[in-house]
Write a protein of this length. Structure first.
Length: 255
C-alpha cells in the first residue's frame, strides 16, 4: 500500500533571489507538531531475480516537521517528528526580519526509530544512517559503476537567518500571523538532497514552481558493508499530483 501522510499537508517554498525558505502550509488544523509514529511496509514491486531493481513508492512526502525513515533491505519505514530543537520566530515576510519568541526543546531522538533504517526523507533534505554516498553520471541502475571516490557523508547545517539559511518545520500559525517554527539545525546528505529541485520563475504566480528531478544513479555504502544503487524516478503520483517520491534500488553483491 502507499505510504500514508502522517499529517495532511500543503507545502510551499518561498524564494526571493538567493533567498530560500522552506514553507509548509498545513491543511485543515495543520498539526505539524503531532508525535504520532507509524511503522509500515512501503509499496514496493518485488524483483523477479536478484538483478532486477525494486521500485519503492513512498507515497506523499511527509511534511517538513516529520522525517520518514526507510530500511532499504526490508522496505519497512517509520515516520517521526523532527528530533531537533524548534525555534519559533515572528516573521516579517516583506523585510525578511525575524524575532525569536520561544524555543521548543527537542522531543525524542534517533533511538526512537525501531527499524534498521538506511535513509530518512524530509522536505528539507535526505539523511543517511552513517552511510557514504556518491553520485554517478549514469542513468541506468544495472550498468552504473561503483565509484572509487567522490563519496560524501552527512552534514549538519545550523539555521542562520543572517545568511538566509532556515528550515521551516511548523507553519500551523502562519495564516493567523503567529510565530513560525524552524529547526535549529538539519542533518542531511549533500548529494542525496539534490534529488529534487524546486524553483520559481520570475513573474510566476505564487505557488507555481518548476520541478527538476535528478535521475542520476546514486551509490550508497552502508556501515555494515552493504551497497545499494538508488535512482529517483518520479515526484508525482498516478494522478500527476506533485510532492511525492518514487525511487528504484538495486542491492550490489559484495565480491
Amino acid at each position: 500500500m502507499n505510504f500514508i501522510y502522517i499529517c495532511e499537508k500543503f507545502f510551499e517554498i518561498l524564494m526571493n533571489k538567493s533567498y530560500l525558505m522552506a514553507v509548509l502550509v498545513a491543511a485543515a488544523m495543520g498539526l505539524v507538531s503531532c508525535n504520532k509514529t507509524e511503522q509500515r511496509n512501503i509499496n514496493d514491486q518485488g524483483r523477479t531475480d536478484k538483478n532486477s531493481p525494486v521500485l519503492i513508492d513512498m507515497g506523499g512526502l511527509p511534511n517538513a516537521g516529520m522525517w520518514t525513515y526507510v530500511d532499504l533491505k526490508t522496505h519497512k519505514s517509520e515516520t517521526h517528528r523532527d528530533f531537533t530543537e524548534w525555534l519559533y520566530y515572528n516573521v516579517d515576510m516583506q523585510s525578511h526580519t525575524y524575532k525569536l519568541v520561544r524555543k521548543e526543546p527537542a522531543k525524542g531522538s534517533l533511538a526512537d526509530v525501531k527499524i534498521n533504517w538506511t535513509i530518512s526523507i524530509n522536505r528539507n533534505g535526505i539523511r543517511t544512517n552513517g552511510c557514504e554516498v556518491a553520485m554517478t553520471n549514469s542513468k541506468d541502475l544495472k550498468t552504473a559503476p561503483i565509484p572509487d571516490s567522490g563519496y560524501k557523508k552527512d552534514e549538519e547545517i545550523k539555521s542562520d537567518f543572517s545568511k538566509h539559511v532556515s528550515f521551516a518545520v511548523d507553519l500551523s500559525n502562519m495564516m493567523s500571523g503567529g510565530p513560525i517554527g524552524y529547526a535549529s539545525s538539519i542533518t542531511r546528505n549533500p548529494l542525496l538532497s539534490t534529488w529534487l529541485k524546486k524553483t520559481v520563475s520570475p513573474g510566476a504566480a505564487h505557488g507555481q514552481y518548476n520541478y527538476e528531478l535528478n535521475d542520476n544513479v546514486f551509490v550508497i555504502k552502508c556501515k555494515d558493508g552493504s551497497i545499494f544503487k538508488l535512482k529517483f524516478t518520479d515526484y508525482r503520483n498516478a494522478e500527476g499530483k506533485k510532492d511525492f517520491c518514487k525511487f528504484e534500488i538495486l542491492p550490489v553483491e559484495n565480491k
